[in-house]
Design a protein. Structure first.
Length: 102
């Protein structure tokens, strides 16, 4: 927004100079500069919206893929069953001694 204010100040100065010196065209030329800035900003906003939509689409695709992989991984896990306390104790000790290497 600061550039627009700068352009408006420049336009006002050029119009005042134009009134005093008879150069009314100077104000019109300044307005063309502001118009170019507005068009440039509209293009930038449009481009940013497209990029945001693409990023959201990529996020949704990645999330769906990860959810699918998590579901598949959950199905492959084999659960150990223990029939007595000694086997359960040995299983817990093995788990604690493995340091997360499995």
């Amino acid at each position: 927004m600061k550039k627009i204010y700068l352009y408006l100040i420049i336009v006002a100065i050029l119009i005042i100079i134009g009134v005093f010196f008879g150069f009314k065209q100077a104000g019109g030329l300044a307005l063309l500069g502001i118009g170019n800035e507005i068009r440039k900003r509209k293009k930038e906003i449009k481009k940013a919206k497209k990029e945001a939509e693409q990023a959201e689409q990529n996020y949704e695709e990645t999330k769906a893929q990860n959810d699918k992989e998590i579901a598949e991984a959950g199905e492959d896990v084999e659960q150990k069953t223990y029939d007595n306390a000694d086997d359960a104790r040995d299983g817990i000790n093995d788990l604690l001694d493995s340091n997360g290497d499995s």
